[in-house]
Design a protein around this ligand. Structure first.
Ligand code: AMP
Ligand code: ZN
Length: 113
């Protein structure tokens, strides 16, 4: 399957790895929008949040547990951060493999554009 993030997981495309286990991979966004901008993705190819079901959605809980660990390591747990999932065209999703943006290290505006 021609998926950019599947290739990153397999190491076919280089990435700045932050965390990896048997279910999840995390790496630095190539176009950071904040001092800390990390993408956390399931190793299983799930196209978007629309493809989450009772069968595969437990990965999302694991991703948030990993995010909390990463936040401490990156020094943003105290100051706070934002975890974002963009879904589909209106959501601004550009890569068709479920991913959660972790943004921190500066004060973030709300609401998003
Ligand atoms: P989204 O727009 O929510 O689909 O997010 C896709 C994100 O992937 C964007 O923030 C891109 O900067 C990031 N991205 C695209 N290609 C790469 C890459 N090769 N390595 C790291 N991040 C990437
Ligand atoms: Zn994929």
């Amino acid at each position: 399957m021609d998926c950019l993030f599947c290739k990153i997981i397999k190491g076919e495309i280089p990435s700045a790895k932050v965390y990896e286990d048997d279910k999840v991979y995390a790496f630095r966004d190539i176009e950071p929008q904040a001092p800390v901008h990390i993408l956390i993705i399931p190793k299983e190819h799930i196209a978007s949040a629309n493809e989450l079901t009772e069968e595969n959605a437990s990965i999302v809980g694991h991703i948030f547990a990993v995010a909390a660990k990463i936040a401490k390591e990156e020094g943003i747990a105290e100051g706070g951060y934002r975890i974002v999932n963009n879904c589909g065209q209106d959501g601004g999703q550009t890569v068709g493999h479920l991913h959660f943006h972790m943004l921190g290290g500066r004060s973030l505006a709300w609401p998003p554009g």
